[in-house]
Design a binder for this molecule. Structure first.
Ligand code: NDP
Length: 298
């Protein structure tokens, strides 16, 4: 197989959004349903504001309804929980996303747990995490879901299409990326290793990876010579750094050094990032179908 292929997450996400748009139109035509996503944002964090604005625009662009509820960062946890209860009870609302991080006086675990699991489009509710872990249908967190789609497509394009038996190493064990990614790859019959900050000899662990997923949150942390010859590399990291006084976004992998060794690798930006929002739309459609007893869209 060749080496040095760049995985076009931007292009894949665009195609996925187009396919979802067709399914949304079909749902409207056949069942009179228009999926509706509500994003709740507490406080004025500028990065979160940009994410939320993008989410709203892309949701509308594929024909779904989008509502944003902005609350001041002085909002009490009880008031936020009351709002979630209202949205849970509102049959017109199919997806509820509470933008993280929340202000320090709130427990994000408690808030996420208050969301109806059938409307939990982030897939962070313990019921969805548990269902994924035991292999039941679940709403799967967007970033790992999008990463798996890119990985499968790359292995189909550049390899034999099978993930079965491959050694997968995930660096990072967060509930929103590392752990669900591990569950997804286990379901694909990979042999999965989850590495983290206490892992001994991380470079050696990474060198055993046919599939390497980096979700660390440290710029260019994974070195080129940690990459096994011919590996598939998924770089989840989004790190803002300064180069010559200018802001730049880089991943967790030293891309230039890894590229010639990898069979295929996601760039940052335009790799996993655009897949996250596309998968949020996928999950909103999925949630709308679940709530109306319709089969999940394939
Ligand atoms: P967290 O900070 O929650 O988790 C980071 C993980 O990396 C932890 O498990 C931590 O280990 C591990 N880690 C930290 N330092 C090291 C080290 N020196 N060696 C080995 N492991 C280490 O981050 P997230 O999972 O939320 O996000 C990871 C990255 O992905 C970030 O850059 C984030 O911006 C990005 N991201 C991108 C998204 C997208 O849309 N593409 C969406 C979500 C996140 P330990 O548990 O031991 O502390």
């Amino acid at each position: 197989a060749t080496r040095g292929n760049i995985i076009d997450g931007f292009g894949y996400a665009k195609g996925l959004r187009e396919r979802l748009g067709e399914k949304v139109a079909a749902l409207k035509a056949e069942h009179g349903l228009t999926p509706c996503l509500v994003v709740v944002i507490v406080g004025e964090d500028p990065a979160s504001q940009i994410y939320v604005k993008n989410k709203g625009e892309t949701t509308k662009a594929i024909g779904m309804e989008s509502r944003t509820i902005t609350l001041p960062d002085t909002t009490s946890e009880a008031d936020l929980l009351a709002l979630i209860a209202e949205l849970n009870a509102d049959a017109a609302v199919n997806g509820i996303l509470v933008q993280l991080p929340l202000p320090g006086h709130m427990s994000s675990l408690k808030v996420i747990d208050a969301i109806d699991p059938l409307k939990d489009v982030d897939g962070f509710h313990v019921q969805n995490a548990g269902r994924l872990a035991v292999g039941l249908d679940a709403i799967v967190p967007c970033t790992p879901l999008g990463s798996l789609m890119l990985l499968k497509d790359a292995i189909k394009t550049h390899g034999d299409g099978s993930l079965s038996g491959l050694n997968a190493v995930i660096v990072g064990r967060s509930n929103i990326v590392g752990k669900p990614m591990a569950q997804l790859l286990l379901n694909e019959n990979c042999t999965v290793t989850i590495a983290h900050s206490r892992t001994k000899d991380l470079p050696a662990v990474c060198r055993g990876a046919d599939i390497l997923v980096a979700a660390v949150g440290r710029p260019k942390f994974i070195q080129g010579d940690w990459i096994k010859d011919g590996a598939y590399v998924i770089d989840v990291g989004i790190n803002r750094i300064e180069v010559d006084g200018k802001g730049k976004i880089v991943g967790d992998v030293d891309f230039d050094a890894a590229l010639p060794r990898a069979t295929a690798i996601t760039p940052v930006p335009k790799g996993v990032g655009p897949m996250t929002i596309a998968c949020l739309l996928n999950n909103t459609l999925h949630a709308a179908c679940l709530q109306h007893g319709l089969p999940a869209p394939k």
